[in-house]
Design a protein around this ligand. Structure first.
Ligand SMILES: [Zn+2]
Ligand SMILES: [Zn+2]
Length: 144
């Protein structure tokens, strides 16, 4: 099974993901933009059983960005690490920016484009969704 590793800026926290990354999206929601200080957050969904902290777990801190979503980050350098979801404990959201080495695949869509930064132009031809793709009934929680 393929493995990929990632770490925070100060390298205190590191982690490992086993197996393929789930769907990869560029999330343009305002919370991801603020959290990452970027135009969007490129993130993958993975199974929580695919994920393992390798070091620095005691150096994590967390923030509940909504009732459903908890964001984990390094308390030394502030790097955004993972998101967990109360309604889907079997899933973890991981930003691709912290990963090392090559991964399979790439972003397949832009999501939450309704919140896109006015100064950012989407110039590729990937599909764009106002919220989560194909799930109108899902809680419109702008927290990928
Ligand atoms: Zn760090
Ligand atoms: Zn988002």
């Amino acid at each position: 099974m393929s493995k990929v590793t990632g770490k925070c800026l100060c390298e205190t926290v590191s982690y490992e993901i086993e197996g393929p990354l789930g769907p990869i999206f560029n999330c343009h929601c305002s919370k991801c933009r603020r959290w990452h200080g970027a135009a969007f957050r490129t993130r993958a969904s993975i199974g929580s059983d695919q994920f393992r902290w390798l070091s620095g777990e005691q150096n994590l801190t967390r923030y509940g960005s909504s009732e459903n979503v908890t964001k984990y980050f390094c308390k030394t350098c502030g790097s955004p690490l993972i998101s967990t979801y109360r309604d889907r404990p079997e899933v973890i959201g991981v930003p691709l920016g912290g990963l090392e080495g090559d991964i399979q695949g790439g972003p397949e869509a832009h999501i939450f484009t309704g919140s896109k930064a006015s100064w950012h132009q989407i110039t590729d031809s990937l599909p764009q969704f106002e919220g989560w793709p194909g799930s109108e009934s899902r809680v419109r929680d702008t927290n990928a």
